[in-house]
Design a protein around this ligand. Structure first.
Ligand code: KG4
Length: 339
């Protein structure tokens, strides 16, 4: 019998629903929220209100595009956390009501595990080449920067993580310093293409083990701009592209240095990247170059699977469903969930 999972994702500011049947993605529909642009960051109350408006049309669209009727669903999988509580509540409550009305199991999914398992989403007429266990996954988003040792679909160990800001946060905060819109990561990526990554030098942190730190980089960036502006009031306008290129290459260097160390010391050459920052072109290039130089098999997600999406929740739900790992209707969202 077919296993057909509806996935629901509402952890931050994207409302997403997807259908996965027997591991193959049939649909993945996401409504983004433009409302936050004016505020320079996600406003939690506005995010939950927008989820409330979007959730039913998005689920309808996901089922229609998949050509799946409600009665065909085997289970509903939803993001339990981590994320914003108000946002999580919308997806969680919807998933609970929907699964109850259809009398089918409910499966809770950890959002971060979902990002890692996005590499296991199969698509019709597309070669399927997922990472082999054990593999390392660099998980980089607006809220997380981690190196995860992935031993199986369910056994994941965080071997290194940021002790302060996440990589995406560093991009977003530095973009704000330069007066660029939110989210800053994609804008920096675009402007960096016209800049010189060696135009300036930024201090890199020295942190133990496989951990990261990005708050010092942000301060170093801010002080450099402040000092240069004293000499030349037009510095920001004149050198914006160079600033973006320098910042981007420094963040990528910091990320790759710890990943190289982990891969070498653990003798693992299956290396993946996941999360919103994995859309960054310099990081993607660095992965390809490392693959060639160090003999790694690298796994870089499709752009649509880098940012938050429900297909990654549905595929994780698919694996959990097969193990009979359902959850109780009383299970609350968990804003601070970890892998
Ligand atoms: O995974 P995600 O969609 O949301 C969570 O944080 O859960 O990641 C969003 C982050 C933001 O910080 C955004 O600036 C960053 O990913 N991002 C990028 C790029 N695209 C998105 N950072 C650098 N370069 C990009 N092309």
């Amino acid at each position: 019998m077919d296993i057909t999972i509806l996935g629901i994702e509402s952890s931050c500011d994207d409302t997403s629903a997807a259908v996965i049947q027997n591991g193959v993605m049939l649909s993945n529909v996401t409504a983004n929220q433009d409302v936050h642009k004016a505020y320079g960051g996600v406003v939690p109350e506005l995010a939950s209100r927008a989820h409330q408006q979007n959730i039913i049309p998005v689920v309808d669209a996901a089922l229609n595009r998949a050509g799946i009727k409600r009665e065909d669903l085997s289970a509903v999988a939803f993001t339990r956390g981590p994320g914003l509580m108000g946002s999580l509540l919308v997806g969680t409550s919807f998933a609970k009501g929907f699964s109850q009305s259809l009398n089918i199991p409910l499966v809770d999914v950890n959002h971060l595990q979902g990002h890692v398992l996005a590499h296991f989403i199969q698509e019709k007429d597309t070669p399927f080449n997922p990472p082999k266990f054990p593999f390392l996954c660099l998980l980089v988003s607006g809220g997380n920067s981690q190196i995860v040792l992935v031993k199986s679909h369910f056994e994941m160990e965080v071997i290194g993580q940021t002790i302060d800001d996440a990589a995406g946060e560093a991009f977003d905060k530095c973009a704000k310093v330069m007066g660029l819109p939110y989210p800053g990561g994609p804008v920096i990526d675009r402007l960096a293409k016209e800049g010189d990554p060696k135009a300036f030098t930024l201090n890199k942190p020295s942190i133990e083990g496989y951990n990261y730190s990005f708050s010092g980089l942000k301060t170093s960036f801010l002080y450099m701009i402040r000092d240069e502006l004293k000499k030349n009031p037009n510095f920001l306008e004149e050198r914006k592209n160079d600033l973006c290129a320098v910042l981007q290459s420094t963040v990528v260097d910091i990320l790759m240095q710890k990943l190289r160390k982990a891969a070498k010391e653990l003798r693992i050459n299956e290396v993946a990247v996941a999360g919103g920052v994995s859309a960054n072109s310099a990081l993607r290039n660095a992965f390809v170059e490392h693959g060639e130089k160090y003999g790694w098999n690298v796994y870089i997600p499709k752009f649509s699977f880098t940012t938050d999406n429900a297909a990654m929740i549905a595929i994780t739900g698919y694996y959990k469903f097969q193990k009979g790992e359902y959850c109780d209707i009383a299970l609350p969202p968990f804003a601070k969930a970890v892998i």
